[in-house]
Design a protein around this ligand. Structure first.
Ligand code: SF4
Length: 64
């Protein structure tokens, strides 16, 4: 089963690190908040999304 991303909005500072690493998965919405563009992670993108999770300075992204 595909893993899914989730951004904890109470922790996210909208810094943009996750977007820089995995722009197909994370982007700002019209209010300037970071959102999941697609929550289901394709198998071939798992490493990239894991890098985004590990690089988030606020530890706001979960991947399950
Ligand atoms: S890297 Fe973390 S804190 Fe920064 S925008 Fe992404 S989810 Fe938010």
């Amino acid at each position: 089963m595909a893993k899914k991303t989730h951004i904890d909005k109470t922790r996210c500072t909208a810094c943009g690190v996750c977007n820089a690493i995995a722009p197909d998965y994370f982007d700002w919405d019209d209010d300037g908040l970071m959102v999941e563009i697609q929550s289901e992670v394709a198998a071939e993108d798992e490493e990239l999304v894991e890098e985004a999770v590990e690089s988030c300075p606020a530890q706001a992204i979960s991947l399950k």
